[in-house]
Write a protein that binds this ligand. Structure first.
Ligand SMILES: Cc1cc2nc3c(=O)[nH]c(=O)nc-3n(C[C@H](O)[C@H](O)[C@H](O)COP(=O)(O)O)c2cc1C
Length: 185
């Protein structure tokens, strides 16, 4: 199963369009999680305490672990995120907080190093940007946490950039990126 983690915010999102082309290309069953439509909040003190209490008491069937379990069980992750403020929309960080659960998506070894517990072998990150795309604070972070914490070996970037610049033919740029998917994926 492919888990499509959709963090696109705008209706008629170009990033979502590109991500759907990626999903068609994969030709596998897809479960979509549109995270902006979910009851998902950044972790506050109460939420952290509640989650820790569940873990301590072994209450791992609690609904608080739903997103982490879903992420851990997926065969492939496709994650879409427009390039916002050199990074991605805040809702995606909220999602990461909600799935980073020791005992579900990773565990700590004897040295306190996180070891991944996720089934997926690959995460495909899809983005579009208004100007030039920089990976440092968005894609690179997702790639690092996917690899070093969740144990997902491969990461791949699909991006169409400069879409808001006056000289850019948006349709042509998106179509060229889609045509290139054979090489990228
Ligand atoms: C809140 C916000 C922040 C943005 N920040 C950047 C940015 O830092 N750099 C950039 O090149 N484009 C930026 N953009 C432009 C978007 O990356 C671009 O329009 C993108 O294609 C939007 O994707 P979408 O069509 O999927 O919504 C920003 C747009 C918004 C709405």
């Amino acid at each position: 199963m492919v888990l499509y983690v959709n963090s696109c915010v705008r209706s008629n999102s170009r990033t979502d369009r590109l991500a759907r082309a990626v999903l068609s290309h994969l030709k596998e069953d897809v479960v979509e999680l549109r995270i902006g439509s979910e009851e998902m909040k950044p972790l506050d003190e109460e939420a952290v305490d509640y989650r820790n209490q569940c873990i301590e008491e072994g209450r791992m069937t609690d609904p608080v672990f739903f997103y982490a379990k879903q992420f851990a069980a997926a065969d492939t992750i496709v994650m879409s995120a427009p390039f916002w403020d050199f990074s991605f929309p805040a809702i995606l960080k909220t999602y990461i907080e909600n799935i980073s659960v020791p005992g579900v998506t990773f565990h700590y070894d004897d040295q306190g190093i996180p070891r991944g517990m996720c089934k997926a072998k690959r995460i495909i990150y899809v983005s579009t940007s208004g100007g030039p795309f920089f990976p440092e604070y968005g894609y690179d972070y997702i790639r690092a946490i996917a690899h070093d914490q969740f144990g997902i070996e491969d990461a791949c970037l699909v991006v169409a950039e400069r879409l808001d610049l006056p000289e850019t033919d948006v349709e042509k740029t998106l179509e060229e990126t889609i045509r290139d998917l054979d090489h990228i994926l």
